[in-house]
Write a protein that binds this ligand. Structure first.
Ligand code: SAH
Length: 247
């Protein structure tokens, strides 16, 4: 068998938000490997497969393991899973970089998934209908100065701003920093949505303003969407007008 690796975006949470292509890839695999929380979510459906949990911050090791399993015996099919979309702060990039360095010559197929941005936006209404910028507040792999610069330029450009990785146990004040940067270019009344565990059993959704964002509960399972200068709250939702005329 030709060694085959699927890099699978499994969507934001429950099975209903996985694509059929994702489900087919997992079914087609001998082995499914991923960060422990995602393997837990898959356990009920795929206990007939070999499931391998891998710790956080060991992404390169996880990719090496994936490639070595694909190459083992006469060749295996392995799914490497990411939450959301594997190409958006997910495993697709690091897997390709590792495969390139290791000279892997089997097949690699990247399967798209519903990213946290789409899941959070739909829970909030229609906050992202116009141009938007997605910024991760994690400085594990990106210098803080560059994150600040991107926040400033996105705010200056009046992009709707979506924040991934807004907080962790070590990074408790980056949301406050982002608010201070964005407030220099945008009104404090701008609507802001926080969606925690989108599409999971304990999903929660809060709408506040840029002025009150610092007071809200935010953690690493949350995505934040900050409206542009035209966004407003109505019907319990955030609406960003696209520019349609209503006579
Ligand atoms: N590849 C993933 C993103 C991984 S980065 C994707 O495409 O969605 C991890 C960050 O994504 C989290 O800190 C959080 O900001 C966001 N996130 C992932 N799943 C989420 C969910 N179900 N609800 C809210 N935010 C989520």
């Amino acid at each position: 068998m030709i060694p085959k690796i699927y890099v699978v975006g499994m969507g934001p949470g429950n099975r209903e938000n996985m694509t059929l292509r994702c489900i087919d890839a997992l079914e087609d695999s001998d082995v499914i490997i991923g960060y422990s929380k995602y393997i837990e979510l898959l356990q009920d459906y795929y206990n007939h497969k070999t499931l391998i949990s891998s710790p956080m911050k060991k992404e390169v090791d996880r990719c090496i393991e994936t490639i070595n399993i694909a190459l083992s015996d006469e060749g295996k099919t392995v799914s490497l899973v990411s939450s959301g979309d594997s190409g958006i702060y997910g495993m697709a990039g690091v897997l390709l970089e590792t495969a390139d360095r290791m000279g892997f010559d089997g097949e690699i197929e990247i399967i798209p998934g519903v990213t946290a941005l789409s899941a959070a936006a739909s829970a909030l209404g229609a906050p992202v209908v116009h141009d938007f910028a997605v910024i991760s507040l994690s400085d594990l792999l990106t210098p803080l100065g560059l994150i600040e610069k991107r926040l400033r330029l996105a705010a200056e450009g009046d992009f709707v701003i979506c924040l991934y990785n807004p907080k962790s146990k070590k990074r408790t004040d980056y949301v406050d920093m982002a608010v201070d940067v964005i407030l220099k270019h945008r009104s404090g009344k701008t609507p802001v949505g926080i969606v925690r565990n989108a599409c999971r059993e304990d999903e929660s959704c809060t709408i506040c303003t840029l002025d009150t964002l610092k007071e809200q509960h935010v953690d690493m399972f949350s995505t934040i969407i900050i409206g542009n200068s035209q966004s407003y709250e109505s019907l319990g939702k955030i609406i960003t007008p696209r520019g349609y005329k209503f006579d």
